[in-house]
Design a protein around this ligand. Structure first.
Ligand code: NAP
Length: 250
């Protein structure tokens, strides 16, 4: 299997959980040293993992990544399109370069990853593609993240049509929509952001990377073979309150 954006955060959690279940995992990220370190951690816990340097916004890198999985593992069965970035910029200040960077990595990167892995998935005669989207965009909004939200909502449009096109190949395509998950990327947003988000979540905690990984694990299972084009929200109930009052009343 391939997990993009696997050197840190949710992707690393997905890689660790799948390796714990016996999957051979190829961890992809731009920073090879970090991806190698994450793969080494998994190996030291008894899992099968290796790393590859790949920028998912590059078609060439995605081809190299897919070829590495085929060479090392004899094929590809599961692809987790998880790599993503979330820099903030409000409208009026957001540059075209800001917009392009986020769309190139989050949305085009999802297409390029799937596209590169498709021949190997089709050759296998079955497959699982799981995209890490977000609640931001498909369900909610957040100031500073209009480009990010567009990329994450765009991923769901991609998922639904890809699910249709790939159904005859017994390849399912689904998405997980995390709420606020405690990762390196979210920690970088600062303690104030984390405190405010914690108070906005009915469970009064941020999610763990494992919370997301186990939803991905289910979508990758044989038992989920009749589920395609769908989403699982993993957010501790964050999207549920109608208003702040509903939270205060808990
Ligand atoms: P993170 O801690 O910042 O980790 C991001 C990972 O993606 C790193 O491994 C990073 O490695 C990799 N990456 C970034 N750009 C890449 C590129 N162009 N090509 C390949 N790899 C790239 O982020 P995270 O919080 O785990 O988020 C992971 C995914 O979950 C993202 O798609 C994000 O939108 C989504 N998500 C996160 C949350 C949350 O609360 N954490 C909520 C909803 C959705 P390199 O920098 O070395 O490439």
């Amino acid at each position: 299997m391939i997990v993009t954006g696997a050197s840190k955060g949710i992707g690393k959690g997905i890689a660790r959980v799948f390796a714990g279940k016996g999957a051979k995992v190829l961890l992809a990220a731009r920073d090879l040293a970090q991806a190698e370190a994450a793969a080494a951690e998994i190996r030291s816990a008894g899992g099968a993992a290796s790393a590859v340097a790949a920028d998912v916004s590059s078609p060439e890198d995605c081809t190299t990544m897919a070829a590495a999985a085929v060479e090392r593992h004899g094929g590809i069965d599961i692809v987790c399109c998880n790599a993503g970035v979330f820099p903030a910029a409000r409208l009026g200040e957001m540059t075209v370069a800001d917009w392009d960077q986020v769309l190139d990595i989050n949305l085009k990167g999802t297409f390029l990853t799937v596209n590169a892995c498709l021949p190997a998935l089709k050759a296998r005669g079955m497959g699982r593609i799981i995209v890490t989207s977000s609640i931001t965009g498909p369900i909610t909004g957040y100031p500073g993240w209009s480009h990010y939200a567009a990329s994450k909502a765009g991923q769901l449009g991609f998922v639904r049509t890809a699910a249709l096109e790939l159904a005859p190949h017994r390849i399912t395509v689904n998405a997980v929509l995390p709420g606020n998950i405690l990762t390196e990327g979210v920690e970088a947003l600062g303690p104030e952001y984390i405190a405010r988000m914690t108070s906005a979540i009915p469970q009064r905690r941020l999610g763990s990377v494992e919370d997301v990984a186990y939803a991905v694990l289910f979508l990758a299972s044989d038992e989920a073979g009749f589920i395609s084009g769908q989403t699982i929200v993993v957010d501790g109930g964050q999207v549920l309150p109608e208003s702040n009052l509903a939270l205060e009343d808990l």
